[in-house]
Design a protein around this ligand. Sequence first.
Ligand SMILES: Cc1ncc(COP(=O)(O)O)c(C=O)c1O
Length: 380
Amino acid sequence: MIEEFTDHHKDRPVLLTPGPLTTHEDVRRAAGVDWGSRDDDFTALTKQVTHQILAAAGADETIACVLMQGSGTFAVEAALRTFIPKRGGIIVGVNGAYGERMARLAERAGLKVTVVDHGYTEAIDPTRLVEALRKNPGYTHVGVTHCETSTGLLNPLPQIADAVHEAGARLIVDAMSTFGALDTLVNHPGVDAVVAASGKCLEGLPGVGIVLSPRMVLAGADGRCDSLSLDLADQFTHMESTGQWRFTPPTHVVAGLAAAMEIFEAEGGRTGRLRRYQANSQALAEAAAQSGLHPYLPQELQAPVIHTFFAPQTDDWSFPTLYALVKRRGFILYPGKLTKEETFRVGCIGRVTPDTMRDAVGAIGAGLAEMRLITTGAAR
Ligand SMILES: Cc1ncc(COP(=O)(O)O)c(C=O)c1O
């Protein structure tokens, strides 16, 4: 199993970032081929990838997969602009930077937006979302992130989806950092859209946004979007009728994603992938605890995706210095994304194993020791 996973570039550091992430060499090799964007072979490849993604999500035949050029944010923005009518409005449950971004995207789209702020260490509370819907009659949608990648916090999606559905509203899920590893409830009757991306838990390259949505919802959204390029209904109709993308597709990224989906299936699909990520997450948490690193989140809120750790509390702390020292030892860390506390993040998704995580914590410990910031196992 471990040998299988030693296929990343030996001369490049391992990415412990939540996308772009460390990929299988077959993915990078597949992306090294040129495809004609209007060629039948590429049309067939696009179709194959969308079917594989639907299967990966366990989607039933009522659900469609729409691919959209761009990073994840483009796909979230496309979903907000395509699915929410201008007369409607969205309650956004916020407990991190990506929830905040969703609210900003909705505001920029000219939608009515109400934020239900939970701070950065509380899970989204479905009852507070329902309460906000009650206070804002006419609002049609609720938006949440599944895993708040800014901290690694996992929100209770099943309870949120049930509550929103019972309240008669529709849910938009930013499942960017969970799709492919966790159940993102694409078949739930209350869900309008699950938004994901090629370069996260599917372990492809970055550059393709993925939106799973009921066919009925897409049909109902025809002509609604106020942006041509971000119109998911138009993108879907065009792809269904011609098999082609409306505008230049990221052909190499799509080819990489097709290879990534083969690897995903060979690993046992979502179950196999989650099993490895959970093992990675556990190995990371245990090694970090032994090294005296303090986690930002309590264990029960932690997703097996990315962990946030407190920086040592000293004026000598410098993330860029630690980053450089750890990079020299073969690992790329991620900076913290919090405004108040000094933190750093370590991702545990991508083509990595529990051994990678233990080695990474060893490199962090060595880096901190070189900075003379940790010698006694107390990082806080
Ligand atoms: C939960 C979540 N939403 C949205 C995004 C934004 O994606 P991008 O940076 O690809 O635009 C990310 C990126 O990591 C994310 O983790």
